[in-house]
Each structure stands twice: as structure tokens, then as C-alpha cells.
Design a protein around this ligand. Structure first.
Ligand SMILES: [Zn+2]
Length: 112
């Protein structure tokens, strides 16, 4: 795994996130991809944009494609399914050496 800017995002692909600002504010969704250089996360069914596509081999007629645009990482929080709310997360290392992220509110491990 590559690390840029020496800093890991608090959000990973597969996480359930809560949008704290922007047009999708207050919604939750699942992260399907991280756009590392743009510091954005693509969240399933959120921030859909319509694009006019030129005809291509795959899509000979061209037309309009609906696609998720990324949401900036700073506008997202981890959503704890146990607390049923967005939460701050912490990181800790288990005695097994495994590093995990956990909910600071209920202490539950955040798995993606
Ligand atoms: Zn929690």
C-alpha cells in the first residue's frame, strides 16, 4: 500500500460514512473508492453527477451517465452502526499487534 503525505486517511474503502456538509449533508453511505490524490472518497449513491458521454465502443450511442463524484474526506465522518450516529474514531494496537480503529463513544471496533 502506498502512503502519501505520510498520513493515513481516517476513512477507508468499505467504511460507512456520514456526510457533514455539502449537498448530501446528513446522509450516510458506503465508501466504494478513495481518490487519494484528490483527498476524496466515492460514496455509493451519494453526490451523483450526470455526465454526457461521447459514443464509445462500450456505449455506442453516447448519452448521459450517472456517476458518483467524490466527496472531500474532510466532509465525512465515520458512522458507527452501534451508536447509530457519526463518531470520532481512535486507533489502538491490540496485544496481538493488530492495529484497529475504534469508536471513541462506544469503544466498538470500526471494521470496513
Ligand atoms: Zn460507537
Amino acid at each position: 500500500m502506498e502512503v502519501t503525505q505520510g498520513k493515513e486517511f481516517h476513512i477507508k474503502s468499505g467504511d460507512t460514512v456520514y456526510v457533514i456538509s455539502g449537498k448530501e449533508k446528513g446522509k450516510t453511505g458506503k465508501v466504494i473508492r478513495i481518490l487519494r490524490d484528490k483527498r476524496k472518497a466515492v460514496v455509493e449513491k451519494l453526490n451523483i453527477v450526470k455526465r454526457h458521454a461521447r459514443p464509445s465502443q462500450k456505449n455506442p450511442g453516447g448519452g448521459i451517465i450517472e456517476k458518483e463524484a467524490g466527496i472531500h474526506i474532510s466532509n465525512l465522518m465515520i458512522y458507527c452502526t452501534k451508536c447509530s450516529r457519526p463518531v470520532r474514531i481512535g486507533r489502538k494496537r491490540l496485544s496481538s499487534g493488530e492495529k484497529i480503529r475504534y469508536c471513541r463513544r462506544c469503544d466498538e471496533e470500526i471494521k470496513s
